[in-house]
Each structure stands twice: as C-alpha cells, then as structure tokens.
Design a protein around this ligand. Structure first.
Ligand SMILES: NC(=O)c1ccc[n+]([C@@H]2O[C@H](COP(=O)([O-])OP(=O)(O)OC[C@H]3O[C@@H](n4cnc5c(N)ncnc54)[C@H](O)[C@@H]3O)[C@@H](O)[C@H]2O)c1
Length: 294
C-alpha cells in the first residue's frame, strides 16, 4: 500500500459513473485499494469494463511503464451497493449525481458510516463545500476535490477549501493528489468555485446560440478551436461532461446564486429530456460512435 499522509488502507469512491470510475482508475494505478459504492445495478455491472477500458487507453497513450499490473489494478477495486462498506475508509471521494438534496443526505450518511478521522471529499461541480460540510459532525474534514474529466488524463485538480476545512485536511488531500501524480490548485469556497462558475455559463450560452440559429454545433465549436485555439469547443466539452450533469450543475448555480443567467436554456433541456446526454449516450450536440458491447 502506498504510504502518503492520507494513510494506508482503503479509499472510498461514491458513484461508479463517469467520474467515479475515472478517479478509481487514478487511485488503483497508484497502488491504492478502493471500495466503490453505487446503488444502481446497471452502473455496477458496467463499471469494471469501463475501468478496464480506461486503464487500457491510459496505458496506450502513456509512455512510462505501468506501475501496477492490469489484473492487480482491476482486483484492487471492490464494487458494492452498500455505503456501510466504507466503514474502514480513510478517505472518501463523492462522485454521486449533482443534486443538492442527494449529496446533503449522502454526507450525513457518510459521516455516520465512516471512521471519525476520515476525510470526506466532494467531487461536486458547483455545490458549496460548506453546504455539505454542515451535514456532518466533522466540517473540518470536508473539502472539495474537483477532478476534471477524463480524470486519468488531467494533470491538476481544483481543490476547494471550505470555510471550516482544516490545514491538516488540506495537506492530507494534497498529499493524496501528489501520490496519484496530480497537482492541486487551491481555491476558496463558492458556487461553482472558479471552473464551473465560468464554464457552465459558456456552455449554456453556446447552446443558446445554436437554439437561436446563429450557427450549428459544429460551427460553434470550430470558432473556439480554430479562431481561439482551444482544444475543444464548448459544446463538445458539454457532451464530454454529460448534458444531464451540465443541466444539474446549472440548476445548482441558479439555486445558490439566484442569478438567472444560470437558467439552463431550452435547447439544452430538450436534449436531456430526449436522452441525448452527450458521449455517454452516443449523442448530444454531436454524434459519437456506439461503444462496443462488453
Ligand atoms: N462528468 C464530468 O465531466 C464531471 C466533471 C467534474 C465533476 N463532476 C461531478 O462529479 C459528480 C458525478 O458526475 P458524473 O459525471 O460521474 O455522473 P454520472 O451520472 O456519470 O455518475 C453518477 C453515478 O452515481 C450513481 N448514483 C446515483 N445515486 C447515488 C447515490 N445515492 N449514491 C451513490 N451513487 C449514486 C449513479 O448510478 C451513477 O453511476 C457530480 O457531482 C458531477 O457534477 C462531473
């Protein structure tokens, strides 16, 4: 087991979706043991295959040899539906859906289940850390670790320090990140922090531009790529994040700021209502090749 200041022993990940599996991959590749909790049978059924695909892809693009053999990396994750299986976790990362009541309930339950010394980190896109910390009896051990997607490919994590997060918790989290090869960039608490306060407005406006007929999605993205030199346009970024997560995050920002600019536009809501969630469903603003069955 790696010995960083997060301590040896198991790390909990809550949610086996896009972010949960990506973060589990980062952890097992660095030698950690992980318990991943997801109440949805379908998510648990597909998660090991998604993890294997993610590890294969990362190993194809990475030049350095893998530190952990594939079968050991896969075997290092336990998949479960029970939050109670986090009773021995030293550090927990929340990757559950971006809904305020769901995450508030989750943090109350994690506080009951996890050892009193465990750090509870949220991967929320926009919910203020203090709002979740307030549901626990350990607000000093709660912070935000906002990994970007795809987590294994990104070099830095937005680290959100709540008003009551202790120095020790911050140090523990930064050491865990360093141990998985990531830099932490620390910011203060607030709805959407730095990243999504800005990015969500951009995606929403880009969707509005399409809705109003100014340009089609491919053209909107080309403007950002070919005129500004961005790697991806805002609509392809929205598809990568997941349009359901974008809409959920905009609603969180709307609730937490009261600012109507965060009201998700009709075009965005219509795509989600039709099940066009972006890459994960094969279609969003753009179309994506179907995933091979596992
Ligand atoms: N997708 C991104 O690009 C991205 C980037 C950064 C942060 N985030 C944040 O990460 C979190 C997860 O997003 P995602 O894109 O992985 O979502 P997702 O929809 O891909 O996965 C969410 C998973 O949580 C599971 N789940 C549902 N209810 C749960 C519960 N009560 N407890 C535990 N798991 C539950 C679902 O079954 C699903 O597998 C959200 O807070 C989101 O805002 C997402």
């Amino acid at each position: 087991m790696p010995q960083d200041s997060a301590g040896s022993g198991v790390i909990g990940v809550v949610g086996a979706g896009t972010m949960g599996v990506g973060i589990a991959q980062c952890l097992v590749e660095a030698g950690h043991r992980v318990v991943t909790v997801d109440p949805e049978d379908a998510a648990r059924a597909t998660a090991p295959g998604r993890l294997r695909d993610g590890i294969r892809l990362a190993r194809m693009v990475r030049e350095a040899p893998a530190a952990v053999p594939m079968d050991r990396a896969l075997a290092a994750v336990t998949w479960t539906a029970r939050l109670a299986d986090l009773a021995e976790a030293r550090f927990v990362l929340d990757c559950a859906p971006e809904r305020i009541p769901l995450k508030e309930r989750l943090f109350r339950e994690l506080d009951e289940v996890c050892p009193s010394g465990a750090v509870l980190a949220t991967g929320t896109s926009a919910i203020p850390v203090e709002r979740l910390a307030a549901r626990t009896a350990r607000p000093e051990r709660v912070l935000g670790l906002h990994f970007m997607n795809p987590a294994p490919m990104k070099e830095a994590v937005e680290v959100v320090r709540g008003p009551r997060t202790s120095d020790e918790t911050l140090d523990t989290a930064l050491a865990l990140l360093a141990g998985i090869g990531k830099k932490g960039i620390v910011v203060h608490d607030g709805p959407g922090f730095v990243s999504n306060r800005v990015l969500m407005l951009t995606v929403n406006e880009a969707a509005t531009v399409v809705q109003q007929g100014t340009a089609d999605p491919a053209t909107v993205d080309r403007i950002f790529q070919e005129c500004f030199g961005h790697t991806m346009g805002p609509l392809a970024t929205g598809d990568l994040i997941g349009l359901d997560t974008i809409v959920d995050t905009l609603y969180v920002l709307l609730e937490c700021t009261g600012d109507q600019r965060f009201q998700p536009c009709e075009g965005l809501r219509a795509l989600v209502a039709d099940g066009h969630l972006g890459r994960k469903s094969g279609r969003g603003f753009h179309r994506y090749p179907a995933r091979a069955p596992r």
